[in-house]
Design a protein. Structure first.
Length: 145
């Protein structure tokens, strides 16, 4: 599936980039490396991942916690002139226990479902057990007095 990575607008415009982005075979975004949002939500629903809080409202680390490991494709190439994994034979894939996810990849429906799962306390969050900075699309609940 071709799409435009929502993170493209945040950075410098680079010439020579493909017109569209896609999710690679390792379930990562070809532009920013984020885990595919469908896989992210499936893994949260299955309860086999733990989210690692960050000080950013747009990013979280996703740690395998009972499911299958993630995959990461990277260039292991001595020749800097090689392009992407479709054009260079030096790209390899390895298994990883942790990957990253950028919340910008979630659809509005996925954002809503994520908030529901948080409110139902069905999302495992690593130490200290809560987000340092809540995701940009969330609103902190007011404590009852």
């Amino acid at each position: 599936m071709k799409y435009l990575c929502p993170r493209r607008s945040e950075g410098t415009v680079f010439k020579g980039l493909p017109e569209h982005d896609h999710y690679r075979e390792d379930d990562s975004c070809s532009y920013c490396g984020s885990l595919n949002p469908d896989v992210f939500m499936e893994r949260i629903e299955a309860g086999d991942v733990e989210l690692g809080p960050t000080d950013k409202s747009y990013k979280v680390y996703v740690k395998n916690s009972g499911g299958k490991d993630f995959k990461q494709t990277y260039r292991n190439c001595p020749d800097a002139s090689c392009k992407g994994p479709d054009e260079c034979k030096h790209w390899v894939t390895r298994e990883m226990a942790t990957t990253k996810f950028y919340f910008q990849h979630l659809s509005k429906d996925q954002q809503t479902r994520f908030v529901e799962l948080i409110n139902q306390k069905k999302v495992k969050i690593g130490m200290p057990g809560h987000f340092y900075t809540i995701p940009f699309f969330c609103v902190a609940a007011k404590e009852k007095t």
